[in-house]
Design a protein around this ligand. Structure first.
Ligand SMILES: Cc1cc2nc3c(=O)[nH]c(=O)nc-3n(C[C@H](O)[C@H](O)[C@H](O)COP(=O)(O)OP(=O)(O)OC[C@H]3O[C@@H](n4cnc5c(N)ncnc54)[C@H](O)[C@@H]3O)c2cc1C
Length: 469
């Protein structure tokens, strides 16, 4: 899309927010990733309003940078030449291994190829340890990776390792970085993030009850965790664990994060939870920690820093999930259109029926809306910082998975009985997107943040100081 100052003849899209006004001129969409877009808008409100300052126009420029475009082309060719052909090989090797938590050898081949092509650690904005891309530059690449389950791992851009690498990069000591960050960046090991607990409602992280107690030059961990993604991967070696170091401290300083090797005495991986019956190779571990001793130097950023680290970790993680989710849904839409064109009932292809065309049109436009919101959020993170973009991050975290889930749901319906079988990838896609509405916090908690902010803004607009915050 290109910027125009005034609506061109036949222009279909204008948008306003507060005093902001932008004209969007559509250009043809590509199958693979976000359309480039340039929007000029007048700044409005304060950074608290979502990042816009009073003053001059700012350019919200969503066009691909040269670097992003080069990587995008490289990634598309990697996907066509190596990743899509490896999907069946990966599934076959996993099935042959006799364990749902095996590491199919083809993945190491893909990793070597991706690294050789410079498609490695693309998520990490730091240029020394990662690719040095902005969130906006990374967005189209993450979307392409999202099109298949195996691409993100092939490029060392998979959750939860990305978040853990960011934590180690931002908060780790040089020793912690050398011991754990370096092999993670090299894709030699994998990791887990152990925050959620089976025994407490973990969407309120103040409930986290695991104890991390100082004992001389060690900490002792006791508690239970579940949904620790990655814990059953054969290469998983390290966990970032959240727990209480000081239950008597102010609420948001009670929690700390600590590095705990998976093979430490007292750590037991009991089993993986399933997702709608699917067992994922990396697993979602149910773990117990009984008198687990780790060196005191394993603490991350000091006692009481758990919430601060969690906030820093979750922002990028959430937007990466949304970027990949759009890739999932784009692929589902492709499948839906293909099926609708080739399947006939009552003498007509399905694509001739009005309701099916409605679904296709609605899906296309919903995905465009979702992508624009994700790009705007990425742009805000890059320009005013993750903290000022937190409401937008909360917004996409509930809006995008829901939209993508609707698209996949329609694709399933168009496929009839096949849609809910594993003969097509749609049922698995659906399970993944549905669970994304819980992972990294349930929809309701993110909606709460957006609603609270909106209510405050509206009260301020009315000059109403009596109502509660
Ligand atoms: C696929 C997947 C991967 C995951 N990976 C990880 C991981 O790697 N590490 C990790 O630590 N955790 C992980 N999780 C766990 C996830 O973060 C939690 O499930 C989530 O935060 C919710 O916590 P809970 O399950 O304890 O639900 P609860 O806190 O018990 O909440 C239950 C429900 O209550 C409702 N609710 C809660 N608060 C409110 C509110 N304020 N207003 C209205 N309704 C509310 C919501 O509907 C919510 O779904 C993963 C989860 C999934 C599904």
């Amino acid at each position: 899309m290109h910027l125009r100052d005034e609506p061109p003849a036949g222009s279909t899209a204008t948008c306003e927010r507060g005093r902001a006004r932008a004209v969007l001129v559509p250009v043809p969409l590509t199958r693979d990733a976000s359309a480039a877009l340039c929007v000029r808008r007048r700044r409005c409100g304060s950074p608290e309003d979502g990042g816009f300052l009073e003053g001059d126009d700012v350019l919200m420029n969503f066009s691909f940078s040269d670097r992003s475009e080069r990587l995008r082309k490289e990634l598309l060719s990697f996907m066509d030449e190596h990743v899509y052909p490896a999907e069946l090989v990966y599934a076959q090797q996993l099935s042959d291994a006799g364990s749902p938590h095996a590491h199919p050898p083809v993945m190491e081949e893909l990793k070597a190829e991706a690294r050789g092509r410079g498609l490695w650690n693309l998520f990490l904005p730091d240029a020394e340890h990662g690719a040095g891309l902005t969130n906006l530059e990374y967005a189209p690449l993450a979307e392409i990776m999202g099109r298949t389950k195996i691409a993100a791992e092939a490029c060392n851009c998979n959750a939860p390792d990305t978040g853990n690498m960011e934590v180690l990069h931002e908060f780790g000591t040089p020793e912690q970085q050398e011991r754990w960050l370096r092999p993670l960046l090299d894709g030699e090991i994998r990791s887990g993030f152990a925050m959620t607990e089976p025994d407490v409602a973990s969407s309120d992280a103040t409930n986290i009850a695991m104890r991390i107690e100082r004992n001389g030059d060690q900490y002792v961990l006791n508690g239970r965790k579940w949904w620790t993604t990655g814990a059953l991967h054969p290469n998983c070696q390290i966990l970032v664990v959240m727990g209480k170091t000081d239950p008597s401290a102010p609420t948001y300083q009670q929690q700390s994060m600590i590095l705990c090797p998976l093979d430490a005495n007292g750590v037991t991986v009991e089993r993986s939870t399933t997702i709608f019956g699917y067992t994922e190779p990396e697993g979602h571990g149910l773990l117990t920690f009984e008198e687990v001793h780790v060196p005191a130097s394993n603490i991350l950023a000091g006692e009481g820093m758990g919430f601060l680290i969690a906030q820093a970790r979750l922002g990028p993680g959430r937007i990466h999930h949304c970027m990949r989710a759009i890739g999932v849904a784009e692929r589902a839409l492709e499948l839906m259109c293909e099926r609708a064109d080739h399947r006939e009932t009552f003498g007509s292809p399905l694509s001739h029926y009005g309701n099916i065309r409605d679904w296709i049109a609605e899906s296309r436009i919903q995905l465009e809306m979702a992508r624009l919101l994700v790009l705007k959020t990425a742009w805000l993170m890059d320009t005013v910082g993750n903290q000022h973009a937190r409401i937008e991050i909360a917004g996409i975290k509930f809006a995008v998975p829901e939209i993508c889930q609707q698209v996949v749901d329609r694709a399933i319906q168009v496929h009839g009985g096949g849609g809910i079988s594993d003969d097509f990838p749609l049922a698995y896609m659906y399970a993944g997107l549905r669970s994304l509405r819980l992972a990294d916090g349930p929809d309701e908690v993110h909606k709460l943040s957006v609603a609270r902010k909106e209510l405050r803004r509206q009260r301020e607009r009315r000059g109403d100081l009596r109502t509660p915050a």
